[in-house]
Design a protein around this ligand. Structure first.
Ligand code: URP
Ligand code: ZN
Ligand code: ZN
Length: 487
């Protein structure tokens, strides 16, 4: 009998900290041994000339999610996870999204019903909190955190999702008490609404004006405010989908002050600009919030990836078809205000960063692994089960051919969207074999995983979400004079 179920031989194994030539022995879905010249496996994969990387984690994607405007995603848990796997991703963390009036627990059950029979790779859930009632904050959310839903997103904009600063503080205080990780969509709602109204009054309703209304100052201001609220209560905070230099600067400054402020960015902010959002309706394909900016902002995002301002690189896959179910909700009368926000990217996220980041020398391969896999696992409580190649970790592995040349074509992508913002890009490097818990999921361009074979992953509380133990002079005074801290 062979020592291992599977041995991956002769590859270059890369983690967030090391690069080494070794074999990987896998048994029962777990990495059992790393070393040279390992004993035989029942199955063997020769990875000579290939890079052997941890399966990537996409911790920001919208799957089978109903938007606050009632629009349904083009991808369900099958198509989204298949598409993710073809791009080297082996774990997704989409959202179980609460709409106002809904019970969070009920929402989570509905997302489980959707994901369980369909996902082909493993998944966890973040929560979206849009209705922080006493019942939600006092009972449902603390219980859900204990059940493995240890991170949640809140919004500072969108009519039906946004929270005011007081509600943000209530939730930050809860995150601190429970040890959960809070994520925030930081854009100033009133600036966006004010600009949008002025534009629409003047008949400026074409897609390109989406990027005018979502001004970079709106993103910078809200990011600054979110950081201030987090600093006041000494709570770590992750700012999602950062696009503007103004926001990057705020995050960098906060980190320099020693605050636990984390940043996430996405492919659309590296490879698109506002000028991709054309005046005609095709421009809706590029409308996302925050919008892509300009070449200078792209450079600022690259710098933030290279210098550690950003810890995670996610897709923010928000799959809407170019028809009346998604981008063209009101047909040819669709204004920039009506169109569904978001761009697809769950399959291309990692290949884009590999080709243009590692391939062009902007980031090294270890940082690439950290940004696409390891840091997601660390921040959201999945490490070391996920996000690395180590003895005892799940054998979630992507074997990359660093020389493979691929021309991006929507027709070759496995999501249900029907277009890609990156059409025609020439990429070098592609994941050719992808394993989830030792099972081959993608084998040289062919799907071999079964529907529903992905597992739910409860998340632990993460060290990244721990408060620093700092306070402000005002809160210190209140604590000293009352004998009890305010938070
Ligand atoms: O435009 C975007 N990013 N749509 C997805 C929803 C969100 O806010 O992440
Ligand atoms: Zn968002
Ligand atoms: Zn999103």
């Amino acid at each position: 009998m062979a020592d291992f179920d599977l041995v991956i031989r002769n590859g270059t194994v890369v983690t967030a900290s090391d690069t080494q030539h070794c074999d990987i022995g896998i048994k029962g879905g777990i990495i059992a041994m790393l070393g040279r010249g390992l004993a035989a496996g029942e199955r063997e994969i020769d990875a000579a000339g290939k890079l052997v990387l941890p399966g990537a984690i996409d911790s920001h994607c919208h799957i089978e999610q109903k938007s606050s405007a009632g629009v349904i995603c083009a991808d369900d848990f099958y198509s989204a996870t298949v598409s993710a796997a073809f791009g080297g991703t082996t774990t997704v963390i989409p959202f179980a999204a609460q709409h106002r009036g809904q019970s969070l627990r009920q929402v989570v059950e509905e997302y489980h019903d959707a994901a369980g029979p369909k996902a082909v790779i493993d998944y966890a859930f973040h929560l979206i909190i849009s209705d922080p009632t006493e019942q939600v904050l006092g009972q449902e959310l603390p219980a859900l955190i204990r059940d493995g839903y240890t991170s949640f997103k809140v919004y500072m904009t969108y009519d039906l999702l946004r929270l005011d600063d007081g509600q943000m503080l209530d939730i930050l205080a809860l995150a601190r008490r429970e040890g959960a990780m809070m994520m925030v969509h930081a854009e100033n709602h009133d600036i966006i609404a004010w600009l949008a109204n002025r534009l629409l009054e003047r008949g400026m309703s074409q897609p390109r004006y989406h990027a005018v209304s979502h001004a970079r100052i709106a993103e910078g201001e809200a990011t600054n405010r979110a950081v201030a609220l987090a600093e006041l209560l000494d709570v770590p905070l992750l700012i999602v989908h950062v696009s503007a230099a103004e926001a990057i600067e705020v995050i960098r400054d906060a980190q320099t002050k020693g605050l636990r402020i984390y940043g996430e960015t996405c492919p659309q902010y590296l490879f698109l600009t506002a000028d991709d959002i054309s005046m005609d309706l095709e421009g809706t394909k590029f409308c996302c919030s925050p919008p892509p900016r300009d070449k200078a902002a792209q450079e600022a995002v690259w710098r933030g990836l290279a210098n550690g301002t950003f810890q995670v690189f996610s897709s923010d896959h928000a799959p809407y078809r170019y028809d009346e179910t998604g981008k063209l909700l009101k047909g040819d009368k669709t204004t920039f205000k009506d169109t569904a926000n978001g761009v697809p990217g769950i399959e291309l996220r990692v290949p884009l960063l590999f080709s243009e980041g590692v391939g062009k020398g902007r980031i090294d391969i270890n940082r690439f692994v950290a940004l696409t896999a390891t840091n997601h696992a660390r921040i959201y409580g999945l490490y070391p089960k996920k996000g690395t190649i180590a003895v005892g970790s799940d054998a979630d592995i992507a074997i990359w051919d660093p020389q493979r040349e691929v021309t991006v074509r929507a027709a070759d992508i496995h999501d249900n969207v029907g277009y890609t913002p990156y059409e025609g890009m020439q990429l070098t490097g592609w994941p050719v074999t992808v394993l989830s818990r030792g099972r081959v999921v993608v084998d040289d361009g062919k799907l071999v995983a079964e529907r529903g074979s992905g597992n739910f992953l409860p998340c632990a509380l993460s060290d990244a979400a721990k408060p620093l133990g700092r306070t402000t002079p005002e809160l210190a005074f209140a604590a000293a004079t009352s004998g009890a801290p305010l938070v």
